[in-house]
Design a binder for this molecule. Structure first.
Ligand SMILES: Cc1cc2nc3c(=O)[nH]c(=O)nc-3n(C[C@H](O)[C@H](O)[C@H](O)COP(=O)(O)OP(=O)(O)OC[C@H]3O[C@@H](n4cnc5c(N)ncnc54)[C@H](O)[C@@H]3O)c2cc1C
Length: 387
């Protein structure tokens, strides 16, 4: 009865990767379904750039990040297109920062990843764009850079179709159920049957999982990025300016010039709770002001007029760890939640989910991402989003 061996619900960043990796394994026996148009901007994965880095707060994430780079390299070879731009990356922390550098130091050391330690003077000597107080310390990791988000998504989808996959857009999956060891999806009133289903629905995940009897305390937040017109564009060229993360509360992060003739700066976790159906697309002036204020203080050369500001959605688990697992109580349904930091891992997570869907196994340690971990069963869990 199955129409396809593998089904993928949602063709955002991770779903697009999943249809690609599935098509590499089972050719045309893959169906990808997206409720909006391909490449739409209503979710969490569309913009010119996302940060990719090896610097993470646990050795497990560092090891996963290493594998993520390898997955992107495979797609670059298959597509003939660059998808990752290396710029180097700075983790900057003032004294008593809310997000200490210690875990990052220890995790990279444990995973054998090289990095440099710099004080404020050392940072400003190498990157004179920065204006830092003396108490700021930094870690520099040379392989950090830009994952070209929108390009990567369309490349994954293009290759999937070239390998034989069927992609349906403008098709909302209404309900999902397991029948006789298969999975039936109702897509725009039509029934589609697949052997295994991967749910990569981003901000729309919780109600779909609730429909399968699995309640998970996700929060959807409205996030915002701001592109500022710098005084001197060349100063922020990728060859002269690395990606960076300000490890304090509020936490900001940014990029060299890429995709827009402007410098991108953003506030991680503005924590504006929202709903994917009713969310606003209007950038908030208080967020734009906070971002411009940060730039004026620490990156004065970038603190020009706002060229464009964009909103986007995070889907947050209480511990900000991913969910990558079979949906509890099901046999052939798998789900992923990216917790607001998964794009760098998108291709790898797509690959892992396909291996789970086809073999119920993966080479990678995903034990921290179990769907049945205790905090996900709590009615009102304590939320810690600072990573
Ligand atoms: C502002 C911002 C900055 C970020 N910066 C970084 C960064 O620097 N580095 C990093 O690694 N990560 C970053 N992230 C996080 C990362 O982008 C996300 O974790 C990741 O892109 C989520 O991908 P996804 O596929 O889970 O979700 P999405 O891309 O949102 O895809 C979900 C898809 O499912 C579809 N869908 C949902 N329900 C249905 C249904 N019923 N039927 C059919 N289709 C459905 C949706 O329409 C959507 O297309 C950032 C996120 C934001 C918002």
């Amino acid at each position: 009865m199955t129409d396809f061996r593998v089904g993928v619900l949602g063709l955002g960043g991770i779903g697009s990767a999943a249809v690609y990796w599935a098509s590499r394994r089972v050719g045309g026996d893959v169906l990808g379904v997206e409720q909006f148009s391909l490449g739409h901007v209503r979710g969490g994965s569309e913009d010119h750039s996302r940060i990719i880095r090896l610097s993470y707060h646990t050795p497990g994430y560092v090891e996963l990040a290493k594998a993520a780079y390898l997955a992107w390299e495979e797609v670059e070879v298959d597509s003939g297109e660059p998808l990752v731009l290396t710029t180097g990356g700075l983790d900057l922390a003032p004294q008593d920062a809310a997000i200490g550098l210690e875990d990052y130091r220890a995790s990279m050391s444990a995973a054998g990843v090289q990095f440099e330690e710099l004080d404020a003077g050392g940072v400003m000597k190498r990157w004179p764009q920065w204006r830092l107080n003396d108490d700021v310390m930094a870690l520099f990791q040379e392989r950090s850079g830009i994952a070209m988000a929108s390009r990567a998504n369309s490349t994954h989808r293009r290759l999937a179709v070239e390998h034989g996959a069927t992609l349906m857009d403008g098709s909302e999956v209404g309900s999902i159920r397991e029948v006789d060891g298969e999975v039936e999806m109702l897509v725009g009133g039509r029934s589609e049957r697949v052997g295994s289903l991967i749910i990569a629905a981003g901000a729309w995940t919780a109600p779909l999982l609730a429909g399968l009897g699995f309640r998970v305390p996700l929060q959807v937040t409205l996030e915002q990025v701001v592109y500022l017109d710098p005084r001197d564009l060349l100063q922020f060229h990728p060859s002269r300016f690395p990606i960076w993360i300000w490890m304090d509360e509020p936490s900001f992060y940014g990029f060299p010039v890429f995709g827009e003739r402007a410098v991108k700066v953003a506030w991680d976790r503005c924590e504006i709770l929202t709903d994917p159906e009713t969310r606003s697309f209007q950038p908030r002036s208080d967020v734009t002001d906070a971002v411009s204020g940060f730039a004026a203080r620490y990156l004065p050369g970038a603190a020009g007029p706002v060229r464009v500001a964009k909103t986007c959605l995070y889907t947050l688990t209480p511990d900000r760890d991913f969910i990558v697992d079979r949906v509890p109580g099901t046999e052939n349904i798998y789900a992923v939640v990216g917790a607001g930091h998964a794009f760098k891992f998108a291709s790898l997570l797509g690959k892992i989910l396909v291996d789970l869907a086809l073999d119920d196994a993966t080479d990678h340690d995903i034990s921290p991402f179990r769907a049945d971990r205790p905090i996900l069963a709590e009615e009102s869990p304590i939320r810690s989003y600072m990573v």
